[in-house]
Design a protein around this ligand. Structure first.
Ligand code: FBP
Length: 353
């Protein structure tokens, strides 16, 4: 029995094979979408390597200096070293994704959390897709090595003509695909192209994302609630009532557990797999909440609905929102269907009152 051959599992479903299989379901497709996704995957691999090394680079304490020693660690540091100062990870991640997306030759407009203005791709490299993304979400956790991530959403040009800002200011329900890549104990990329949600884990020895979480379905009701309770004193009535119910249920059901990492990617990833609800509500201090509609709320809401959950703004289904500005914020309640139904009922009661 040749164990080496056995070890070479040809039935492994890599994300490349997965995307090409999806593409084969659309005979009219020319492969543009697959090419775009492969560039996003490349960007995630790059950022994953940089995140993994960030701590070491900091260890050699060269923030702000041209860091020489790092060269001996691995290729990622080379990226920093071109005689340039060591770049902050979120700046570096943004450059990586902008370069990867433009070099795909499949994008026309890019909206990044890191760039004030939308990026209109020059005609010679332009394609038909608009990509909205947060290159490195969870900034408050970057320096302590807690899980952070990249979030992205993909739209098609509205009418195929000249690309205009309106092409990205579309409701979230018009998205073609969405996903996130979590840089944690393992690097996990979760993706939906509109027919379910699948999770892939990076095998560093192969440099390939392998399908490890096929057809993710969020539990209908969860035992966890996830919110920054530090804002509780500024919450509106329905939010305060919902969290109160989570902690002191009056129907004899057990109290929910509080879990809050402070990185949306990590909190949503856990919610998707374990169930429950993640919320960043509006409050007196931030009447529109904190999270951005285009590259945080929409992609996560798209994934949540594709996994059987739901996403609500306090007023409407999150994916029905029509943003007016590219960095617009919105309150968000997303997660298990029944848990979000409870929140919707509290807001409806408040409205009737
Ligand atoms: P950044 O885009 O600046 O990282 O902010 C987003 C975020 O870090 C989310 O990942 C997270 O859910 C939230 O802010 C945490 O906010 P807070 O520290 O107010 O609880």
């Amino acid at each position: 029995m040749d164990h080496a051959a056995d070890a070479f599992r040809t039935d492994l479903m890599t994300i490349t094979k997965f995307v090409l299989n999806e593409q084969s379901k659309h005979p009219e497709s020319r492969g543009d979408f697959s090419i775009l996704l492969s560039h996003i995957v490349l960007g995630c691999k790059f950022v994953c390597a940089a995140v993994n090394k960030a701590g070491l680079a900091k260890l050699i304490g060269l923030a702000g200096e041209t860091n020489v020693q790092a060269m001996f660690y691995n290729f990622t540091c080379v990226f920093w070293l071109q005689g340039e100062e060591q770049k902050k990870l979120d700046v570096l991640s943004n450059e990586v994704f902008v370069k990867a997306l433009v070099s795909s030759g499949r994008t026309c407009i890019l909206v990044s959390e890191e760039d004030e203005e939308a990026i209109f791709v020059e005609p010679s490299k332009r394609g038909k897709y608009c990509v909205v993304f947060d290159p490195l979400d969870g900034s408050s956790n970057i320096d302590c090595g807690v899980s952070i991530g990249t979030i992205f959403g993909i739209y098609m040009l509205k009418d195929g003509g000249e690309s205009r800002l309106e092409d990205v200011l579309q409701p979230g329900k018009n998205m073609l695909a969405a996903g996130y890549c979590m840089y944690g104990s393992s690097c996990t990329l979760v993706l939906s192209t509109g027919s379910g949600v699948n999770g892939f884990t990076l095998d560093p020895s192969l440099g390939e994302f392998i399908l490890t979480h096929p057809d993710i379905k969020i539990p209908k009701k969860g035992k966890i609630y996830s919110v920054n309770e530090g804002n509780a004193k500024n919450w509106d009535g329905p939010t305060a009532k919902f969290v109160e119910k989570c902690k002191f249920p009056k129907d004899g059901s057990p109290a929910k557990s509080l879990r809050y990492i402070g990185s949306m990617v990590a909190d949503v990833h856990r919610t998707l797999l374990y169930g429950g609800v993640f919320l960043y509500p509006a409050d007196k201090k931030s009447p529109n909440g904190k999270l951005r509609v285009l590259y945080e709320v929409f992609p996560m809401s798209f994934l949540m609905e594709q996994a059987g959950g739901q996403s609500f703004t306090g007023k409407e289904r999150a994916l029905d929102l029509v943003p007016k500005k590219i960095h617009e914020r919105s309150p968000i309640f997303l997660g298990s269907y029944d848990d979000v139904e409870e929140i919707k009922a509290l807001y409806a009661a408040e409205e009737k009152a």
